[in-house]
Structures are given as C-alpha cells and as structure tokens.
Design a protein around this ligand. Structure first.
Ligand code: HEC
Ligand code: HEC
Length: 297
C-alpha cells in the first residue's frame, strides 16, 4: 500500500521527466519563423552534445565547466546578446548566431564549433527557447541591419586613414572614455587644436587616460574594454569587421554603436587605426609606444 502511494506521487514526476524539453509542438519565433517540434528536439540533442557543459541545462550559463570562467558563458535566459550585427538591444538574425557559433568568440572559451546544416539551424532555434519572453510570438521583430558603408580609403590610403583615425579615436569619438589612450598628451593636445581649434590644458586630461575603464554592463560581471595592442578581440577578423562592430556596438557591455554619431569616413578611419594598433601586438613597436607614454612629462 505504502509503495502504491509512492507510485502515485512518482507517476506525474516521471511524466514530466520524460517530456522535459521533449518538444511536441512547433513554435513561432521573432520574424514569424515557425520551427517544428522535430527541429527543436534535434536542437536540444545538439545542445546537449556540444554546449551544455558551459551554457547549462537550463541555458543559464551555469554549466559544469562554467565555474570561474571569464568571461562567463552567456546566460541565454536573459535573451540579450553582444556580437550580433544589429542595432544594439534588438534581436539577432539566425545568420548572426550562425557566424558566432561557427567562428567562436576569439580569446574566450567559446571556440569555433564545427556544426553545419540542419544541426546548426536546430541548435540556434533551441537556444531561443530559453528566453520565450524575448523570442516567442509572431509580434516579435528581428533587429535592424545597416549596409556596410563603402571604404573611402582602401589599401592605397591606409596611412591617411590611420592618421585620421588616431585623431577621431582620441578626440571626436573619445573612445578613451572606456578604452585606453595610445598617444602622448602633447600629440592629443595637437589633435584637439586641429579639430576644436584649442589645445588641451594639462588639467583637462583624464587621470585614467591610459587605463582600461571596467564597465558594469547587463551581464552581471565587469566587462573589460580591450587594449587593442594586447587583448584578442571577440568578433573581429579584419578592418570591415571592425567597422561593423563600431556601427552596432557591443550590446549590454557599455560599448555604444557609432553609426550616425560619427561620420562613415571617421568610422572607417577609426577602424584602420584600431587594426594598426592590433598589428602592434607582440612587436617592438608596442613596447616603444608604451615606454614613450610612460616616460612622457
Ligand atoms: C567551453 C565553454 C563553452 C561552450 C562549450 C560553448 N560556449 Fe557559447 N559561450 C561561451 C562563453 C564564455 C561565451 C561568452 C563570451 C563573451 O561574453 O565574450 C559564450 C557566448 C555564446 C553566445 C552569445 C554570443 C553573443 O553575441 O552574445 C552564443 C549564442 C553561444 N555562446 C552559443 C553557443 C552554442 C550554440 C554552443 C554549442 C554549439 C556553445 N555556445 C558552446 C562558452 C562556451
Ligand atoms: C562606454 C564605454 C565604451 C566606449 C565609449 C567605447 N567602448 Fe569599445 N568596448 C567597450 C567594452 C566594455 C568592450 C568589451 C565588450 C566585451 O567583450 O564584452 C568594448 C569592445 C570593443 C571592441 C572589441 C569588440 C570585439 O569584438 O571584441 C572594439 C573594436 C571597440 N570596443 C572599439 C571601440 C572604439 C573604436 C570606440 C570609440 C569609437 C569605443 N570602442 C568606445 C566599451 C566602450
């Protein structure tokens, strides 16, 4: 009798156990995308095979390998993402997820995954199910994408682009609000003279000009604005990919989008300058630059 009673209690649990994540119905996601139950089930199996150890069974980023990981794996229940090429705060397209999963995020434990075709599509759909409030419903819309503006410089005028970018980075866009400065104060003052017609007084330089200013962001951990001459960049491969990142920003990290805030020409110029800084990594030029900055009066 006692056993029978236990069974009565266990029975619903067993049922829930079996059906957990076992999709029986299709779902409609942002952009009107209808996804079948079998795709969601394939996505779940793919996720369990490749992603669960970091992103967790519940998609909350608390997988068994996630402990102490920095940056921590994304918590998919938040429904926010950093590196989609859409206006900050709007929803990624499937092609954004596909790019991120296939290329990984440089310098993090999120490696490039060799998942293609049906499985890739399925796992993308499955991770949306962790944030139903964000994804489910035919009223949800996908994010706005911009065309990549034409490169006004090209390889021939790369040097001019870097010189223009140097100034825009430190003055017009003031990227040093978060990232570090890479020029001595005497030169930054000259840039200001050129752009704003006045030199900078010594007291006008921020004390933390040459440090990285940690950002709170929306992901419950401090986000480091990278030093371009040192840190690997997550989503960057070449100059156009830097322009794209600048246009959209890094959603939820504090890094804003700059499209229409600075001119398209400045966007490209800054991107060439950031690429020039990246190429300094592990070269004597980097140590010369750091020394020059440390030894300035
Ligand atoms: C070894 C740990 C690990 C595994 C396994 C892993 N990831 Fe990640 N993933 C991360 C980390 C860490 C981040 C956060 C990187 C950051 O914030 O810069 C991340 C971020 C993401 C993001 C967010 C991208 C954005 O723009 O915000 C997506 C989507 C993602 N992972 C999908 C997957 C999928 C799908 C799989 C399985 C195919 C997977 N990950 C496997 C560690 C992992
Ligand atoms: C309000 C703070 C803030 C400002 C202003 C800012 N950034 Fe960032 N930026 C960040 C943070 C934080 C990250 C790191 C995001 C992450 O990895 O989660 C970042 C990341 C980046 C990245 C790397 C993206 C990647 O894929 O890893 C580039 C490139 C970048 N910033 C360039 C710039 C440039 C150029 C400017 C000025 C036009 C600028 N940022 C202004 C905070 C800022």
């Amino acid at each position: 009798m006692k056993n029978l009673k236990n069974l009565v209690y266990l029975f619903p649990l067993v049922l829930i156990g079996c059906s957990k994540g076992d999709f029986r119905e299709s779902k409609t996601f942002a952009g009107g995308k209808i996804v079948s139950a079998s795709t969601l089930n394939l996505g779940q199996a793919t996720y369990t095979e490749y992603c669960v150890s970091c992103h967790g069974v519940k998609g909350d980023g608390q997988g068994t390998s996630a402990k102490g990981m920095y940056p921590p794996p994304r918590n998919f229940t938040q429904g926010i993402y950093k590196f989609a090429n859409v206006v900050s705060g709007e929803l990624p397209h499937d092609e954004d997820f596909a790019r991120i999963i296939k290329h990984g995020l440089n310098g993090t434990p999120m490696l490039p995954w060799d998942i293609t075709g049906e499985k890739l599509d399925a796992v993308i759909q499955y991770i949306k199910t962790f944030a139903p409030q964000t994804w489910e419903g035919s009223d949800k819309v996908l994010g706005t994408k911009f065309e990549l503006p034409a490169d006004p410089f090209g390889d021939v005028y790369r040097h001019q682009a870097i010189e223009k970018g140097r100034k825009a980075y430190h003055i017009t866009a003031a990227c040093t609000q978060c990232h570090r400065g890479y020029e001595v104060k005497e030169d930054i003052s000259k840039f200001n003279q050129e752009i704003n017609k006045v030199p900078l007084k010594p007291e006008e330089f921020a004390e933390d000009l040459y440090t990285l200013k940690l950002q709170d962001g929306d992901y419950n951990y401090k986000v480091v604005p990278p030093d371009f001459t040192f840190h690997p960049l997550r989503s960057i491969t070449d100059v156009p990919s830097i322009v794209q990142r600048l246009m959209y920003g890094v959603n939820g990290s504090g890094m804003p989008g700059w499209k229409d805030v600075v001119s398209d020409e400045d966007l490209w110029a800054i991107a060439y300058y950031v690429q020039y800084l990246r190429e300094m990594k592990d070269t004597p030029a980097r140590y010369e630059l750091i020394n020059k900055i440390e030894n300035q009066k």
